[in-house]
Design a protein around this ligand. Structure first.
Ligand SMILES: Cc1ncc(COP(=O)(O)O)c(C=O)c1O
Length: 396
């Protein structure tokens, strides 16, 4: 027989956001000038004082195993941030540090989803949620978001809840739509979770990146929610630390202990030196976060205005994260660069091959006639990329 794939991975899809990114990078490696709007990470370098803390940790010999769930110092820093952002005082035993927020989510889903459990998943969703639910043998219960601004409502959840539903995955600000759920709607969702006895995983990784009048509130802050919510966050997006791989989860002790056990048998602790850097990020000066947010805001306003001028494309103004979520249904059935366009996959391929611009088609996020454009690249590159996209579409 030899080596064979296990059934659980055979039915899994690789991350489509990484696939387009890989293709764009390979064209760039061939010397082609590709504008890459595919990336899910800030284009800024990690702020110097944070990088220094990592280097200093190596010099000081902080290069051994730490406690599985993270160092006491980093946990204390996370607890202080949670106090500011969520408004609760979590105990160290209610916090787990993992290898990025993706790993925190994986631990969480593996710890709480049993075979056959329904998980309400708002659509569009970040690509990894459905795959992780399926890996745990859970059932994805897709919840189409009906509001044009991408905000999930209690009514959306009510329309899709079943007797098998056990929990909800929330992601506000959202990847891919950038939508931020306002406090009053979040409160209605919290009430719904309590009435239906559902747990909530609240992925708040983009919480520091909100714009205009948007307000970032954690669903865990509402009465009765702390005991049924797992808050997920990390340093990747706010501090431009995607490569350091530090994320965290906070929630009921019993769940955190189970997640910690899983982690102890799989990865053990996240990298010791990255933990030291993350501690510096959370406890040190926060000016860099605000400077990056302001720069993203400038790009956001420019990009959304320009994209809405392109024939057949429509995007709501995103209130958070660093993505535009663009409806391309106005181009379905048309011919562009000699290709018949049926969905965003066709359009993304045409832009990549004919105009050297990479965007991520919406199929991986559950909506095949949308695409995601990341504006985590310079204003100049955004302008160049959008001109190329417009030129190809206008040429027909
Ligand atoms: C919604 C969402 N959650 C979690 C993650 C994972 O972040 P990390 O780099 O901390 O694993 C991402 C990264 O793209 C994301 O977009």
């Amino acid at each position: 027989m030899g080596l064979q794939l296990a059934e659980r991975v055979a039915r899994m899809s690789p991350s489509p956001t990484m696939a387009i990114d890989a293709k764009a990078k390979s064209l760039a490696a061939q010397g082609l000038d590709v504008v890459n709007f595919g990336a899910g990470e800030p284009d800024f370098d990690t702020p110097a004082h944070i990088a220094e803390a990592g280097i200093e940790a190596i010099r000081q010999g902080k290069t051994r195993y730490t406690a599985t769930g993270g160092t006491a110092e980093l946990k204390a820093a996370v607890i202080e941030r949670l106090r500011i952002e969520v408004g609760h005082r979590y105990e160290p035993a209610e916090v787990l540090i993992s290898v990025g927020a993706k790993h925190s989510l994986y631990n969480a889903i593996m710890a709480i989803v049993s075979p056959g459990d329904g998980v309400l998943l708002p659509v569009p969703y970040w690509v990894s949620y459905p795959e992780q639910i399926r890996l745990a043998d859970g059932e994805v219960e897709a919840v189409p978001i009906r509001r044009a601004d991408g905000v999930l409502t209690r009514a959306d959840l009510e329309a899709r809840v079943t007797s098998r539903s056990r929990g909800i995955i929330l992601n506000s600000p959202s990847n891919p739509s950038g939508a931020v759920i306002p406090p009053e709607e979040l409160q209605a969702i919290a009430q719904f979770a309590i009435e239906r006895d559902l747990w909530v995983i609240s992925d708040e990784i983009y919480g520091r990146l909100v714009y205009d009048d948007a307000q970032q509130v954690s669903i865990a802050s509402f009465p009765g929610m702390r005991e049924r919510t797992l808050v997920i966050n990390g340093v990747s997006k706010a501090y431009a630390m995607t490569g350091w791989r530090i994320g965290y989860a906070a929630g009921p002790r019993q769940i955190i202990e189970a997640m910690s056990s899983l982690q102890s048998q799989s990865t053990s602790n996240p990298t010791s030196i990255a933990q030291a850097a993350a501690q510096a990020a959370l406890t040190g000066p926060q000016e860099a976060v605000e400077a990056m947010r302001q720069e993203f805001d400038r790009r956001r306003r420019f990009a959304v205005e320009r994209i809405n001028q392109i024939r057949g494309l429509k995007a709501a103004v995103p209130k958070g994260a660093f993505y535009l979520w663009v409806d391309m249904s106005g181009l379905v059935g048309q011919t562009i660069a000699g290709r018949r366009i049926e969905n965003a996959d066709d359009l993304a391929l045409a832009w990549l091959e004919e105009a050297r611009v990479a965007v991520v088609p919406g199929s991986g996020f559950g909506v095949p006639h949308f695409f995601r454009l990341s504006y985590a690249t310079s204003l100049e590159r955004i302008a160049t990329g959008l001109e190329r996209m417009a030129a190809l579409v206008e040429a027909g």
